[in-house]
Design a binder for this molecule. Structure first.
Ligand SMILES: Cc1ncc(COP(=O)(O)O)c(C=O)c1O
Length: 399
């Protein structure tokens, strides 16, 4: 994409560097050392268009001036105190999240899995003896034991048995299976509004609305995992707001602080009432620097910005659809949470690697889906850049 790019060695997948790092990730052989807006730069100065945003994290791109200014100021003042003391930053952010969600109370932690762990504990406390949570096959809620056990995917569990008890798995988007699974011990349904890690699986219209009705009828909590779909990614602050419902618990992380570690659990009053000092906690949760970033992020997510995310996402999705490429089976998603599924035998990882070699970063999901999660600040020009590279790669694959 720039002059230096053509001189740089193309990145390869097989570039695993021998080091003391635990071998739990399969990493591309490229290191980004700088970022600006929608662009990343590697250690040779090569420029890459970032259509992954650190897996739905850096929604406002890299080094956003407003976020950077606030974070710099905060880090110069103080970067850790502890939850033994007052935190006006946490109070302000909790107030904004409560206002946006229509729910009353917020707990801060550091990540998506921690937010879901907390949500599972809160469900059990509220359930007061009832403890079973119904979750979806193909769901992803995190890697620690509670959220791992909530994630309905055998491949994630393999080697880690026994799981945390208290979860029942049903096919995603199947109401009958949910209704048939409810018994005297059921306390909640826990669900992603769009399954992210499983390949941007969008349920049928009014899915969450119907789940909420089932919950209300059976006195269950509806826990919505918005770790990936929340904080503007689909063009609403939270994806469930497309269905105008109010869940009982919302979990957040990823994009909430544009890359600084923060997670949050927003709870309805009846859940919050069950929580008392000592019920749950975190040393780092709600760290002042991450909270400052999150306060900037939520202020940047104005109605206009959310509308832009939806419109630009639709444009990107339509452009991909309109190439009518024979290798593409499906293009789906909402806002800037887009999945492109390929026909067999096209390998998504191969496509992602070729994109990377051409200076475009995307993610994958399984063997057939690439995940496109650009920052909210992308322009039409950047979409055109992406489309040129993407189409030419598909055409070459075809040949
Ligand atoms: C829907 C959802 N929930 C939870 C998680 C786990 O978040 P974290 O990796 O921050 O623990 C993820 C991560 O991809 C996710 O997509």
């Amino acid at each position: 994409m720039n002059q230096k790019q053509s001189q740089a060695e193309p990145p390869t997948l097989s570039g695993q560097v021998s080091s003391a790092l635990l071998n739990n990730y399969s990493r591309y052989n490229v290191e980004f050392i700088r970022g600006k807006g929608a662009y990343l730069f590697d250690n040779s100065g090569r420029e890459y268009l970032d259509f992954l945003s650190g897996i739905a994290v850096t929604g406002f791109g890299h080094s956003h001036p407003a976020i950077l200014k606030d974070v710099k100021e905060q880090i110069e003042n103080i970067w850790h105190t502890s939850n033994l003391f007052q935190s006006s930053g946490q109070e302000i952010l909790a107030g904004k999240l409560a206002e946006q969600s229509g729910l009353g109370y917020v707990f801060f932690c550091n990540s998506g899995t921690e937010a879901n762990e907390a949500a599972i504990k809160f469900v059990r406390k509220w359930g007061n003896g009832r403890s079973t949570i119904i979750t979806a096959l193909g769901g992803f809620h995190g890697r620690t034991f509670g959220s791992l056990s909530a994630s309905g995917q055998y491949k994630l569990w393999d080697g880690f048995f026994p799981l945390t008890p208290g979860f029942v798995y049903v096919p995603y988007d199947d109401f009958e299976a949910i209704e048939n699974s409810i018994n005297h011990d059921t306390a909640a349904i826990m669900i992603e509004p769009i399954q992210g890690e499983s390949g941007i699986i969008v349920p049928s219209d009014n899915y969450l609305k119907k789940l909420k009705e089932i919950c209300d009828k059976n006195n269950l909590l509806l826990v919505v995992d918005e770790v990936q779909s929340g904080m503007g990614r689909t063009g609403k602050m939270f994806a469930h707001q497309w269905e105008e419902i109010k869940p009982d618990i919302i979990t957040l992380a990823k994009g909430i602080a544009n890359g600084l570690p923060l997670g949050a659990v927003i709870c309805a009053n009846e859940v919050a009432e069950c929580i008392t000092p000592g019920s749950h906690g975190s040393t780092f949760g709600g760290n002042p620097v991450a909270i400052t970033a999150a306060n900037s992020v939520i202020d940047l997510l104005t109605e206009d910005q959310l509308a832009y995310i939806f419109i630009i996402g639709k444009k990107l999705k339509n452009e991909i659809r309109n190439i009518h490429h024979p290798l593409i089976k499906d293009v789906r998603g909402k806002g800037l949470m887009i999945g492109v599924e390929f026909n067999e035998p096209t390998n998504a990882k191969e496509v992602a690697l070729k994109l990377l070699e051409e200076g475009v970063v995307v993610g994958t999901s399984g063997d057939r889906v690439i995940r496109i999660l650009p920052p909210f600040i992308i322009t039409e020009e950047e979409i055109t850049k992406f489309m040129l590279v993407f189409s030419s790669i598909l055409n070459n694959l075809e040949g």
